[in-house]
Design a protein around this ligand. Sequence first.
Ligand code: COA
Length: 150
Amino acid sequence: MEIRLLKQNEKPPMALLLTADPSEKLVKDYLDRGYCYTAEIDNQTVGVFVLLEITSDTIELINIAVDEKHQGKGIGKTLVKDAIQKAKEIGFKTIEVGTGNSSIGQLALYQKCGFRIISVDKNFFIRNYKEEIFENGIQCMDMVRLSQEL
Ligand code: COA
C-alpha cells in the first residue's frame, strides 16, 4: 500500500471523505486549507486522510476514511499511525482528532493509536449538521476531542 500526498491538480476522493464527514461544505473548506493523503493498492484509492494546521504547534487529523470493502483489515490503524508520523516529521508538537460520541469504533481506534480524550464539544453535531446522525443506536450530538503529544 502506498500512502502519498495528493498533488494540487488531482481530485480528492470526495465520496470516501464524505463517509467520514457528511458535510460537503465543511469537507471542501478544509481540503482547501489542509494536506490530503491517499492510500492506494494497485493504483486504486482504498483510504484517505486530511491533516489541517490549527495553530503553529498543533495539527488536526480532520478526516480519515477507508473504503468499505477494505475496512477491518488494519488499514485505518496504519493510516492513523502514518498521520501521527507525518505530523511529527512536519514539526508539529501535538496532534488532535475529534469524533462523535456515537462513533464507538473510531473512539477505540484513536485510543489504540495513543490518543487521549481531552474535552467534549457539547452539541457540536447539532449546531453544525442539518440532519440528525445516528450510529450504533446512539444519536451523534457531542464531539469528543482527543490529542497526543508528538
Ligand atoms: N471496539 C473495540 N475496538 C474496535 C471497535 C469496537 N467497537 N471497532 C473498531 N475497533 C478497533 C479494531 O479492532 C482495530 O483495532 P485492532 O487492530 O487492535 O483490532 C481498530 O479499531 C481499527 O481497525 P482497522 O481495520 O485498522 O480500521 P479500518 O480499516 O476499518 O478503518 C475507519 C477504520 C474508522 C477509518 C473506517 O471504519 C471508516 O472509514 N469508517 C467510515 C468513516 C469514518 O467514520 N471515519 C472517522 C470519522 S471520526
